[in-house]
Design a protein around this ligand. Structure first.
Ligand SMILES: C[S@@+](CC[C@H](N)C(=O)[O-])C[C@H]1O[C@@H](n2cnc3c(N)ncnc32)[C@H](O)[C@@H]1O
Length: 191
């Protein structure tokens, strides 16, 4: 067995080690049901979730992820290289509010199939509105926002739940590492 496969198998066995909240597991189930091709991820950090997610996508899927911290970007890239998926994940080092407006020109795309929001909770709403303004959310785009209860993104939740353009639902679960704290992902689809 080659090194990268051993690495991936070890990673997937970590399911029970509370590295992911239950809500993110719900999201993985969703990924298995539908094939997404153009995927956008806000907040790469060390590349763990992006590595897990890309292995669920078709090999020709476009997967773009943004991270503001350049040290985190370097670590994420080396983890992706080690896992043999670096050529499938485009990490952009920058702040989401500067990067999002350039995406459609830089990647020749007109919308995303799936957007995963997991950066600073205070800017979920700001960046969501930028995505709407630049036209990257179209009919059937799915938006998954993590940790909407703890630490919480109340302004984002209010906006998406009162917006007639979206069907939206909270998938409640416990926060990773903390059985006593309720959290959840909000999954929304543009009508
Ligand atoms: C919760 S961590 C992401 C964890 C990652 N999604 C995972 O599960 O492996 C949040 C990350 O978002 C990044 N971040 C926060 N605000 C950002 C912004 N406006 N633009 C780009 N990155 C941002 C932080 O530097 C941090 O690495």
């Amino acid at each position: 067995m080659i090194e990268k496969d051993k690495f991936l198998i070890k990673l997937f066995k970590q399911e029970n080690q509370k590295l992911f909240s239950n809500s993110v597991r719900v999201f993985f189930i969703l990924l298995r049901i539908k094939i997404y091709c153009i995927f956008f991820f806000l907040g790469t950090f060390l590349g763990y979730s992006s590595l897990r997610i890309v292995t669920q996508l078709p090999t020709d899927a476009l997967f773009i992820t943004i991270e503001a911290n350049s040290e985190s970007v370097k670590t994420a890239r080396s983890i992706h290289e080690y896992a043999g998926v670096a050529d499938r994940i485009k990490i952009i080092n920058g702040d989401t509010q500067n990067v999002i407006p350039r995406l459609s020109t830089d990647f020749h795309i007109d919308s995303f199939d799936l957007i995963f929001i997991d950066h600073y909770k205070e800017v979920y709403l700001r960046d969501f509105k930028i995505l709407e303004e630049v036209g990257l959310i179209k009919s059937e785009t799915m938006i998954v926002a993590d940790n909407v209860i703890t630490p919480g993104a109340p302004d984002y939740l209010e906006y998406i739940r009162t917006n007639p353009n979206y069907i939206t639902k909270l998938y409640e679960a416990k926060l990773e590492y903390r059985e006593d704290l309720v959290d959840g992902i909000e999954i929304s689809i543009r009508k």
